[in-house]
Design a protein. Sequence first.
Length: 292
Amino acid sequence: MAMPEKPIRTNPSEELSNFPEIIELNVGGQVYITRYPTLISIPGSLLWEMFNEKNPGSLIQDSKGRFFIDRDGFLFRYVLDYMRDMQVVLPDHFPECGRLQREAEYFKLPELVKMLALKINKLNSPGNDLSQSDLEELSPSIDTMLNLSSSNTIPVTGPDNTLVMPTATGSDLKKAGFITIGYRGSYTLGRDSQTDAKFRRVARIMVCGKISLAKEVFGDTLNESRDPDRPPERYTSRYYLKFTFLEQAFDKLADAGFHMVACNSTGTCTVTHDQTDDKIWTSYTEYVFYRE
């Protein structure tokens, strides 16, 4: 009696027919559309592991059925480019090499991690001839040191008539400038003129100012999704913070040497409750900070 032949195994894209050819991804709120073979093009990567699942229902999906990945949505474009072409081309003045390297590690792309490590090492190499774009990708402290050496440092003659350069402290190496933070809040004022215990409802703290200063002060707590890939010397009014505590923002600004120089606020009554006469007020407030 002849034994039935075993089915021949095909590649994953043929075997897992439950996945469509075109796949929509929601990565940190950003929507990407790509082909299924692209997502499984690098064996061992996180996306390869995810989309080798036999049941698409085992993956997290948003309300529109897109496969959801809780990572940086704007940096994912470079991860996807690498998976398409096995190379990545970064824009000029790209300041996010470190964060992109972290994303590459998360998505288990060791070759991309190596490529980014070489770029970071090149930028940090003291013997490297730096171009203007390379200088703008360096940390603010290095950039400030270069500025100080060309304009702000005054040579001093020592007792033995030798040239002595003043020792720069941490505060000396920090750039001067303004940062403005603002928020929209609301509070309830009742008939007895007592405000609600939860009077300050802050949905989002916005940050305006020079990009290099904002990144220096707030670091990873800064959400850049509304204004990504901006050169550090440019200004923005579209950043906001990942937390909603004003005092936490004040602490970070104070730690960086900023002090408040101005503030303003405006408020309007938007709703009056018919039965209780409670009034709901909304306000917009800005605080201006400066560092010399």
